[in-house]
Design a protein around this ligand. Structure first.
Ligand SMILES: [Zn+2]
Length: 309
């Protein structure tokens, strides 16, 4: 009985994988048949920025599936096959996609424009006082400062223009509209956070360094630059002490990471927990509801304003 159930499950998984695995390469092929620019992106913010620039002239395929935390993710052979047929590959860089150098080498001979979107942005070093593993690492989470998001979109625009010069004006107009929106978002953050009384933000992992830097907040990460490590008891104790001394009332967690540690700390200091979204991936439901970088960032601002006021 068990054996039968197991093999049914295996077959079901196999079918799911086969259809899932074929998707990205199929979509790229379809894009070309439709005469659209075939674009592959690494994870969510890159996808959203590329879609906003490409509009109906491009088909954008995102590699990291919805609802998946991207720090640990790695591409499958089928993803590489899809990339070989694409015209543009957009990734964040700055160490976010640890697999990207291998992929770049594998695709050396493909006719593919590869865009490191964070190129030209001044990178922050991590606050790695509590982690030996992350010494000498840069903080890759540049997109959480709207002005950096704008710089990343400008790099993406250059690639679109180079790959498809016929539609250069179309892409530029769309970029300019969105860039103006990012300027407005930046103003809203500056204004919205100028009057808050508390500036300490305890987060699940150190994803908000650029955001905190831009709006004079103080980030305290339960975990380091990547959320896959278990925080050590000494670090937990340090945070609890800091939170008590500074009367921190909210501990932030992320939807794609277990809230267990944030819950434990919050309980110990009598604080509440709330979601602050680092935009590392949206869920299927959020995507279906039409959420994007702009709407999630506006929600983040509201959450911060209420928690820190
Ligand atoms: Zn992260």
């Amino acid at each position: 009985m068990n054996k039968i159930r197991m093999s049914v499950l295996t077959v079901a998984t196999l079918i799911l994988c086969l259809t899932g695995c074929q998707n990205s390469a199929d979509e790229i092929r379809q894009a070309k048949q439709e005469g659209k620019l075939a674009v592959v992106t690494s994870f969510y913010p890159m996808y959203d920025f590329a879609v906003k620039i490409g509009g109906e002239k491009a088909r954008v395929v995102n590699l990291v599936p919805a609802g998946t935390e991207p720090h640990d993710w790695e591409p499958a052979p089928a993803d590489i096959a899809g990339l070989e047929q694409a015209e543009i590959f957009v990734y964040n860089g700055a160490g976010m996609e640890h697999w990207v150098e291998d992929v770049a080498q594998a695709l050396e001979n493909a006719e593919l424009i590869q865009v490191e979107a964070s190129s030209g942005i001044t990178l922050l070093e991590s606050d790695h006082s509590h982690s030996d593993v992350e010494k000498d690492m840069c903080d890759p989470h540049v997109w959480l400062d709207p002005m950096n998001a704008k710089a990343e979109m400008s790099n993406i625009l250059d690639a679109f223009t180079a790959a498809d010069p016929e539609n250069a004006d179309y892409y530029k107009k769309r970029y300019e509209t969105y860039a103006a929106g990012l300027d407005e978002l930046d103003r809203e953050f500056t204004e919205g956070l100028s009057q808050v009384t508390d500036r300490n933000v305890i987060v699940a992992h150190e994803a908000f360094g650029y955001l905190c830097n831009a709006y004079s907040l103080n980030q305290i990460g339960i975990e380091g630059l990547s959320p896959d490590s278990e925080p050590d008891p000494a670090r937990m104790e340090e945070i609890v002490r800091f939170a008590k001394e500074n009367r921190v009332r909210t501990v932030f967690f992320e939807e794609l990471v277990s809230p267990k540690v944030a819950d434990t700390i919050a309980r110990e200091i009598g604080a509440k927990t709330q979601v602050l979204n680092p935009l590392e991936g949206l869920s299927e439901e959020q995507l279906e509801a039409g959420e994007d970088y702009m709407s999630v960032m506006r929600n983040n601002l509201e959450v911060l304003q209420n928690a820190l006021r």
